[in-house]
Design a protein around this ligand. Sequence first.
Ligand code: SF4
Ligand code: SF4
Length: 348
Amino acid sequence: MNQKERKQSPLGIIQEIMRMSTEDGPGIRTTVFFKGCPLKCTWCHNPECISPIEQLQWTGSKCIGCKTCLEICPNNALSFGPQGISIDRSACRVCGKCADECPSLALELLGRRMTVEELADEVAKDRAYFEKSGGGITVSGGDPTMQAEFAGAFLKICKKKGLHTALDTCGLCNEETLKKLLPFADMVLYDLKEIDPEKHKDFTGHSNEKIFKNLLFIRDWIVSHGSPQELWVRTPIIPGATARKDNIQGLGKFIANNLKGQVNRWQLCAFNNLCGDKYTRLDLNWNFRGQPLITCDRMEELARAAKKSGVDPGIVFWSGSTRMEREDLAQEKEERPTLRLIQGGAGT
Ligand code: SF4
Ligand code: SF4
């Protein structure tokens, strides 16, 4: 594609292309993280994907203090102090000139503009992994519904190339948006986070009403179109928020009453606390800083509650990193690691 053609093609803003994922659908997958999300989950572990536009980030550990960036910036948005570089985000125009010149990549522009063809060619490089493992591509984010035209065109071209496609969404959008994506998705990964509408609003900034309604729309779409062929529901298990038995029982009841036999998997995803640095790099606060991982016993307990909620117990799985209990720790030798890693769908 020449520059003129590229200029005329619609561009998507992509945060990351993550290869070899085993968490975002069946097999080995290449997950494309779109920028932009309609929710603001307090626990979000991809804060770099919330904003729909490019962002500048600075990583202190990479900075060599050369101050090149200060001279480059046309807007005087950068200063250098005892803590290193500060970005005046009201002055920064996110032009990326400083990032281009930073010798140590301490300054980075988040979000890369790509055409559908560029993105599809990139993910198709992983075809051999998909074929061996029964995997494919997953559009995630952020939320791909925020760039629905582009995401739909990308899914379509992937399907044309014979790649298995998965749509990962938080479900807050209108039905017209879903109609642009569902025809080209082989499966849907759908987030149900919280059964209580008020709590959902507190945790994410929005009520869950539309999200539940859209899941029923997807259910009906699957019945009438025979596709997408698979539907997974995913629930983040967040200490002090969604990690409650009444929440799991309520979500289970909703699934049992409305989607019997239509959900292939209900995955409880343990809270991940490894994203604190991402917030620091973007000058953002994170209320979960220092929050320990959830215990393995707690995840098992919530999985048991899920299985007893009325759904087919065979669809319930949980995944993620957990911490050990006190009694486990006492039995461990001091030098042993204190994390127990449970990978993808350890059914309980
Ligand atoms: S150009 Fe990069 S390495 Fe040099 S001071 Fe700026 S951020 Fe640090
Ligand atoms: S992105 Fe552009 S405006 Fe923002 S700090 Fe860098 S050079 Fe300045």
